[in-house]
Design a protein around this ligand. Structure first.
Ligand code: NDP
Length: 304
């Protein structure tokens, strides 16, 4: 069965739209997101445009703050401090990657964790590890929501996460191994968390053997076709995070997007599988909107 991220993301957008319309109807201000973009990386431009479009669809106000790639680290830090202190901004993100002369860790650490709707500050990650209220990075949050909405429980399951990046692999593994989430809307008690997690990476030996013992495999490696059918056991759940451009002369762009999974063959064995595109990607974008809504509400009730 296909885990339809596009459909679930549309459902969540409709829910958010309703909540924001209700705020408007009550005469309250709507959530506001700022997106800082540095330079003119075409992929970043596309991601930012998609995020702004998604905000507009649900009624979140979005502002794009653009700088040329010669901006200094200090000027960017000054902008971060300004956004931290701007009462009208509920959350903001700094689109990555940054130019090489700007240290990503310095910039991310300067963001007020309560406005860090990408969930990438050391504070948010530390709070997640400790099971405290936090903002979770968009892709793991989206995967959690997708599994929950298809009622796929992780408790007691062996989950293999391939990839150990700060934005996907590590936070995903942390969420899965936490004690079950009892208080999340739409996530029934004990359905998410409480998994036994194995984290794999490029130095892992015999990845295939490890994967064959998994009930659920989450692949975030950026390596097309990495997960093949012989690595998957019958009835496993497969979440493909990878987004890779591969040459395709039949496409008007000359390339197509594929994930990290050999979809054609793995889908024959999997109980559930996400497609690429249309799986994790749309869930990631909608999670940013949910994080913005979370930052907005937690500002009102000081829950972060
Ligand atoms: P990174 O490049 O930061 O991390 C990739 C991870 O995969 C690393 O830990 C690396 O190991 C591991 N890895 C790479 N090749 C192999 C291999 N052959 N076997 C085992 N492990 C391997 O990538 P990201 O986490 O940022 O992104 C991963 C993929 O997900 C990319 O394709 C990206 O485009 C996509 N992505 C998709 C999103 C979505 O919304 N769908 C959102 C974010 C990312 P090591 O640490 O040893 O180098």
């Amino acid at each position: 069965m296909i885990l339809d991220g596009k459909k679930i993301a549309a459902e969540i957008r409709a829910e958010l739209r309703e909540q924001i319309e209700a705020l408007r109807a009550q005469g309250q201000r709507v959530p506001k997101l700022a997106i800082v973009i540095v330079g003119n990386n075409p992929a970043s431009e596309t991601y930012v445009a998609n995020k702004i479009k998604a905000c507009a669809e649900v009624g979140i106000e979005a502002v794009r703050i653009a700088y040329t790639s010669d901006i200094t680290e200090q000027t960017l830090l000054t902008e971060i401090h300004r956004l931290n202190n701007d009462e009208t901004i509920d959350g903001f993100i700094v689109q990555l990657p940054l130019p090489e002369h700007i240290r990503e860790s310095v910039i991310l650490s300067a963001i007020d964790y309560r406005k860090d709707v990408d969930g990438l500050t050391p504070e948010n990650i530390g709070r997640t590890v400790q099971g405290m209220p936090s903002i979770i990075s968009a892709t793991p949050r989206g995967i959690r929501e997708l599994l929950a909405r298809y009622q796929i429980a992780t408790a007691g399951k062996h989950v293999v996460v391939i990839g150990r990046s700060n934005i996907v692999g590590k936070p995903m593994a942390i969420l899965l191994m936490q004690r079950a989430y009892l208080s999340l809307p739409n996530i029934s008690a004990a359905s998410f968390g409480d998994a036994t997690v194995t984290i794999c990476h490029s130095k892992t030996q015999d990845l295939a053997a490890i994967c064959r013992t998994a009930d659920i495999i989450i692949v975030a490696a950026g390596s097309p076709g990495l997960l093949t059918a012989d690595m998957v056991r019958e009835g496993a759940v497969i979440i493909d995070v990878g987004i890779n451009r591969v040459e395709d002369i039949s496409s008007p762009h000359g390339y197509k997007l594929v994930g990290d999974v050999d979809f054609e063959n793995v889908s024959k064995k999997a109980a559930y599988i996400t497609p690429v595109p249309g799986g994790v990607g749309p869930m990631t974008i909608v999670s940013l909107l949910q994080n913005t809504m979370q930052a907005y509400t937690s500002k009102q009730n000081k829950s972060l």
